[in-house]
Design a protein around this ligand. Structure first.
Ligand SMILES: [Cu+2]
Length: 455
């Protein structure tokens, strides 16, 4: 692993988290393996299932958890076929019981663990656990992306280690996002900063309880420089510095096709401390997502799962951080810098294989006026090849009943619409000359567009 100066001195230890020791259960510890329902993905489809999942039928403390995709025969699915881009498990509590809440006002259900391309399992230090009781209702939210033209059926397998015999110290999972409680978990980086520019997005979270942070993990996207949790009350000191590790050039994340988004980190730093970092109820913690600010990056995320052991007597002082607070990694075979990359546009070749294309088929439409109209119709951008003058307002009109989006693959500035159906219009003034390469990530093979902006 190539470490940069900022990381020197931090203990880098690989934690064998993949092994939620099967068969070697200690007395009073059980390993429970459960499956979601089946999801069907047609070729290159991206789906966002939000479904109920089975909760373990027992009470105890979850001390470790992991999840992955399997095919119809129970074999693990490679990201060449379908990628588990992210997944979050939510505890909705018992029917009629006290409501479980997120860190965001007005939202029900407690997200207690999540992961993504970084494949970071839940792992709490010894003696701590997430309390569950039989009869709870659980659900999951995920994003699955097919990298194959053929249809596939997959299920999520999730495995938990549950301590049932002894009483552990209870942790409260907090779900903190650099973009706060906005409706969408992701946000856009416009990419107009000078060389070396770092785009910072921060949110202040009020701690709902006193206790000790015993673990924290991060979900980040490609081009992230990491996520920090800092404490304004103690001169804004950094409590957790969770960086991203990227695959080497030959890594499968750069070889899977079609590339539907900037490949994400293959691992993210995971903080653990058995002593715990004290925090007080009502104090603010700042979560900051750091991204490369020199190139556009659509729909990035900076989310931290923070586990706070409940402790009303957690000290108020700003004493030095506990010496056992360390960053763990599940992998070391990577680099700390995210490669700058443009996404390729894709099309279907004559043999039915996905091929990289320079521009979509069809004639070039040259517009000289101040406004250019584009229709998203019958799963196409019309016109797909467009030339406009700098300063032109481009209006994308969504005509299909199916939802589409306008997503950035390359170009001088960000272009990024939400997913939307018929009747929606997205507009953007393109002021910087250059070539803008766009696609719909829900229909990445048929919906591509190249816009040349003339000076
Ligand atoms: Cu589409």
């Amino acid at each position: 692993m190539r470490l940069r100066g900022a990381l020197w001195g931090i203990c880098m230890t690989v934690l064998a988290l993949g092994a939620i020791a099967p068969g070697v259960a200690q007395a009073g510890t059980q390993t429970v393996t459960l499956k979601s329902r089946v999801f069907t993905l047609s070729g290159f489809k991206t789906i966002f299932p939000k479904v109920a999942v089975q909760a373990p039928r027992r009470s105890g403390y979850v001390t470790a958890m992991d999840a992955w995709l399997v095919d119809g025969r129970g074999r693990r699915v490679s990201i060449r076929t379908v990628m588990l881009h992210h997944i979050v498990f939510i505890n909705n509590g018992k029917p009629g019981g006290p409501p479980k809440k997120t860190s965001c006002k007005g939202r029900g259900g407690e997200p207690f663990w999540g992961t993504g391309e970084e494949k970071q399992p839940l792992k709490l230090p010894g003696g701590y656990g997430y309390a569950i009781s039989g009869g709870e209702r659980w659900s999951m939210q995920a994003m699955l992306m097919s990298h194959d033209l053929r249809a596939h059926t997959v299920r999520v397998v999730y495995k938990l280690r549950i301590v049932t015999a002894s009483k552990l110290k209870r942790v409260k999972p907090l779900w903190l996002r650099a973009n706060g409680c906005s409706k969408h978990p992701s946000y856009d980086v416009n990419g107009d900063m000078p060389p070396g520019g770092v785009h910072k997005r921060s949110h202040l979270w009020r701690m709902p309880l006193s206790g000790r942070i015993v673990a924290a993990s991060a979900h980040l996207h490609g081009s992230s420089l990491g996520l920090t949790i800092s404490q304004p009350r103690c001169e804004e000191r950094t409590l957790a510095d969770l960086k991203a590790l990227y695959g080497y050039p030959g890594d499968i994340v750069y070889r899977a096709r079609p590339v539907l988004h900037e490949p994400g980190p293959i691992a993210t730093g995971h903080l653990q401390s058995e002593t715990g970092i004290p925090v007080r109820k009502g104090e603010m913690l700042r979560v900051t997502g750091n991204y490369d600010g020199t190139r556009p990056h659509p729909r990035v995320m900076a989310i931290s799962h923070v586990y706070v052991a409940v402790d009303r007597k957690a000290p108020r002082s700003c004493a030095p951080l506990p010496r056992d607070a360390r960053i763990f990694w599940t992998r070391e075979d990577g680099r700390m810098a995210s490669p700058a990359m443009d996404l390729p546009l894709n099309g279907l070749g004559s043999t039915g294989k996905v091929v990289e294309i320079q521009r979509p088929p069809g004639p070039l439409s040259i517009i000289d006026g101040p406004v250019a109209q584009v229709a998203l119709r019958n799963e196409r951008f019309v016109p797909a090849n467009l030339s406009v003058k700098a300063g032109t307002v481009v209006r994308w009109r969504f005509d299909d009943r199916d939802r589409h989006n306008v997503t950035y693959a390359g170009g001088p500035r960000l272009v990024a619409s939400p997913n939307a159906g018929r009747g929606y219009e997205y507009k953007r003034r393109l002021e910087i000359p250059g070539t803008y390469r766009l696609f719909c990530y829900l229909h990445p093979i048929t919906m591509t567009q190249v816009i040349t902006v003339r000076p």
